[in-house]
Write a protein that binds this ligand. Structure first.
Ligand code: ATP
Ligand code: MG
Length: 595
């Protein structure tokens, strides 16, 4: 029953065994040659993810194993997926021609995956919308993305789209999963088609359109953790990065059973919930149900999941539930557990070691980067709390900043790179990796400002230690300057959650006439603890002892829960706005998220 005993000899060798060597040897163009391509530099994500496998001996391999909320699992092989995505692509082409902009608004159901890949196959542009969005975030994104076709369910349509349908100028057609045209009755605009009727018009032999590698394929909205969500545009050529990063950071091998818990409404759920694993020809587990520790461990045990990609918010929930449910399942199939979306507190890495017998591998990326940029790797030493080292082929630097937080420039006007260890700077990536975004929808100036010299500026601050490991400090908007110290909220939060009574923590800076800013923490308590002044004092003393008085929070509020984006990212900007009585800005993301 132990979840930690593993027969190492039967486990595939790591893809990245020699990190130093891969950093030197790797190049993107050789990697791209491992994809099939469509001739003359043409490349289509759906061809690489589906058709390529369906034409060889993987046709009968399970591509998607769907676990509905209730009832029996449903398998789609690569062959099935090839036929269904072709039908969708052909029907879409008949309806809108090439280049249609299609959004999905649905839970984790097989049709969503068919629509996403079918759209790409047809040479269209796919944009996922998170199913918990309310009408306003839907309207904003459909408008900004000029979405023409929406694939959704009758229930979501009636509740969220029909009431605003007349305002959605670009939207021409709605395809209803499990519904028919009658579901659009009373709709002022019409143009509602049932899924079955729609796909029945398409041929299962429709071949992938020969899209150029630099042709627009995906529109992804950022989480809106720091402000209004931005629409990031990505191209078909990004698939090279999806393949390579999944090989290195997730260690995907063809026979893996892979489970990405991110919803396909977010960028992680598309890049690593759909594209990357299918390109590798693995079996993807798609669970329609929401988080429940027992259900999750049961799924890993029953499906023999080998690679599991999840997020700190889920890991913190598992930590809260404790080790008992872990112990009552056989989780010995797990070879890799990885995390993204927020900093993974060292406490969580240590807990993972205890619970699963292996370190949870944190990795860092953003909607804009399209794929993993910095990672921990299965065969490379993990330093708990570090997001690891750059993916081979990805050139990362830290840019020095002026007192105002702008990039510091040398005498020739070039940005200054930090070369000494442990100094904090803005994390930047040399432009030109295959999954780099090619623009923000409707925000050309903002896009231009994201680059300086050869570098893309991430807006995150980090430091690099003498071994080349990167440590997240905070978003540049979130770092706190107190009495001459630069304080990263992540460090303070990570220390706070080491206190047994603390479940989660959010840390902000408040204006202060003497210190410039003072540190304030909001903490939610672990089960079994009651908020009172003694506990508050105890947590304060604990933080002082660990962090020193200059960095420890001066104020601590015990709260029921922290404001978060739907994917579980702590929204420090809301904590601050509430504290200072400022407008809370765009909070639509409380109902939805990016990564
Ligand atoms: P917005 O850009 O709209 O404010 P967002 O930045 O949260 O929202 P995403 O692109 O979903 O939108 O998230 C990327 C950000 O999440 C990163 O820039 C970083 O701040 C944070 N992040 C992701 N993974 C990690 C990680 N492993 N460690 C630390 N931070 C991470
Ligand atoms: Mg961002």
């Amino acid at each position: 029953m132990s979840s930690t005993t593993r027969d190492e000899s039967s486990i595939a060798a790591p893809n990245l065994a020699d990190y130093g060597r891969a950093r030197v040897d790797f190049d993107w163009s050789s990697a791209a040659e491992r994809l099939e391509g469509l001739g003359d530099g043409h490349l289509n994500i759906a061809h690489e993810a589906v058709d390529r496998h369906a034409r060889n001996d993987r046709a009968d391999h399970v591509a998607i194993r769907w676990l509905p909320k209730r009832g029996e699992s449903v398998d789609l092989t690569y062959g099935d997926l090839q036929q269904r995505t072709s039908q969708f692509a052909d029907a879409l082409t008949a309806l809108c021609g090439r280049g249609a902009r299609v959004a999905t608004l649905a839970g984790r159901v097989p049709e969503l995956y068919v629509a996403a890949l079918g759209t790409l196959k047809a040479g269209g542009v796919y944009s996922p919308l998170f199913s918990a969005f309310g009408p306003e975030p839907i309207r904003q994104r459909v408008d900004l993305g000029e979405i023409e076709v929406l694939v959704t369910t009758p229930v979501l349509y009636r509740r969220k789209v029909a009431p605003i349908r007349a305002e959605l100028a670009s939207l021409k057609h709605v395809v209803l999963i499990g519904g028919d045209a009658s579901d659009g009755e009373g709709d002022p605009v019409g143009g509602v088609i049932g899924w079955d009727d729609f796909v029945a018009t398409g041929s299962p032999d429709f071949p992938a359109v020969r899209t150029a590698a630099d042709e627009l394929a995906l529109l992804h909205f950022t989480s809106g953790t720091t402000g209004t969500p931005k629409g990031a545009m990505h191209v078909h050529g990004a698939v090279v990065a999806h393949m390579v990063t999944a090989e290195f950071a997730l260690d995907l091998h063809p026979d893996d059973v892979f489970w990405c818990t991110a919803d396909p409404g977010w960028v992680t759920g598309t890049s690593y919930g759909i594209i990357a694993p299918l390109v590798h020809g693995v079996t993807c587990i798609i669970d329609e149900g929401d988080f429940d520790a027992d259900r999750w461990y049961g799924t890993i045990a029953e499906q023999r999941v080998t690679v599991w990609y999840t997020a700190p918010t889920a890991i913190r929930m598992m930590m809260r539930v404790g080790l008992d449910p872990v112990r009552s399942h056989d989780l010995s199939s797990l070879r890799v557990i990885a995390s993204v979306g927020e900093p993974l507190n060292p406490e969580a890495v240590v807990w993972g070691q205890e619970a699963f017998g292996q370190a949870i591998l944190d990795n860092w990326w953003q909607t804009e980067t399209g794929g993993i940029m910095i990672a921990n790797y299965r065969a490379v030493d993990v330093k708990p709390g570090s997001m690891g080292r750059p993916i081979p082929g990805v050139d990362i630097t830290l840019l020095a900043r002026t007192a105002e937080g702008e990039p510091a420039l040398d005498d020739d006007g070039n940005p200054v790179e930090i070369t000494t260890a442990d100094e904090v700077g803005e994390l930047a990536i040399r432009a030109g990796w295959p999954s780099m975004f090619i623009g923000y929808l409707g925000m050309d100036e903002r896009y231009a400002k994201a680059f300086i010299g050869p570098w893309y500026r991430s807006g995150d601050l980090a430091r690099r230690d003498a071994d080349g490991y990167y440590w997240f400090v905070g978003r540049s908007d979130d770092v706190i300057k107190s009495a001459g110290h630069l304080i990263g909220p992540f460090e303070v939060e990570s220390t706070l959650i080491e206190h047994p009574a603390v479940s989660e923590a959010g840390v902000i800076g408040l204006p202060d006439p003497t210190a410039g800013e003072i540190v304030k923490a909001y903490v939610s308590l672990a089960p079994g603890y009651e908020p009172d002044e003694d506990l508050q004092r105890d947590i304060m003393a604990f933080a002082r002892k660990k962090l020193g008085p200059a960095v420890a929070p001066r104020l601590i509020d015990l709260v029921d829960q922290l404001p978060k984006t739907r994917s579980g990212k702590i929204m420090r900007r809301l904590l601050k706005a509430r504290e200072l009585g400022l407008p809370e800005g765009d909070t639509s993301t409380l109902e939805g998220a990016g990564q």
